[in-house]
Design a protein around this ligand. Sequence first.
Ligand code: ZEM
Length: 290
Amino acid sequence: YASEAAPKKSGAASFKPDYDAVRKAVEDLLESNEDYDDGSYGPVLVRLAWHTSGTFDKNTNTGGSNGATMRFLPESNWGANAGLAVARDLLEPVKQKYPWISYSDLWTLAGATAIEAMGGPHIPWRPGRSDYAPQNFVALPDGRLPDGDKDAKHVRDIFYRMGFNDQEIVALCGAHTLGRCHDDRSGFVGPWTNAPTTFSNLYFVELTENKWHKKKWKGPLQYEDKSGQLMMLNTDMWLLWDKKFKPYVQQYAKDEEAFFKDFAAAFSKLLELGVPFPEGSAAASPTPNK
Ligand code: ZEM
């Protein structure tokens, strides 16, 4: 009877949060609506994880995914966050089913799960974020997330503030291999690649091998290829034009394995910015600072 003799604990003492069940619930949502965009909610979930984390300021130790402050005004209404209600609403039934997970853990875990489910690398992720009560935080100033029509200096200002180096910036921007721009969200239009629901290094291949010219239209400055089907933001082009960014673009275009490794480390770091993990809890992803 030895195997049956394991004591059954009751109540909170035996409660063990099942993060794999949450991952599974997110996976089940990804292709639940074939009419949505290119048939996957994966890209918009990745964007939610990025925008909830990318507000971090290392100098004031404010912002970041902890708190899930994008639930509230004014952050929910920032221009940069247009369209992300789609992702937040999509995850709401998962939050209802697994109420023990914080929104901030859920949004970051959903992004990590989506990357992996779309064929990307494993993203080291650990729980530990808590949600701020609406009356219990100081609203962040708008302007912490990057603008697509700006230059390399702007990109560095934004990402250095979070604590990233040039190599990490280029790796992170490789997420634009996923998804598309929507004219009713950002004002830009189109996907960066012809495989926007598969995580790959195609963004870097397109950036280096395709020919890009300014799109002639009344909308905001963006670039398009000859087919007019694919696009690049001005900030994407600057990764190619900037002497220090360019070598990483070229490396990742040639070496998908290197991109996957560097992306996983940088994305994991992004999701952890400003999160007060308990002392002694292992770093999910030590990234050497170059
Ligand atoms: Zn994005 N991004 N991004 N990005 N992004 C868009 C879409 C997506 C910038 C940006 O302005 C825009 C990173 C970096 C930067 C994703 C992930 C990551 C869109 C289109 C814009 C305008 C939004 C729309 O209209 O729906 C700029 C300027 C960036 C840095 C310079 C980083 C870092 C990311 C993750 C690691 C993803 C997945 C999308 C596609 C979303 C979707 O709904 O398809």
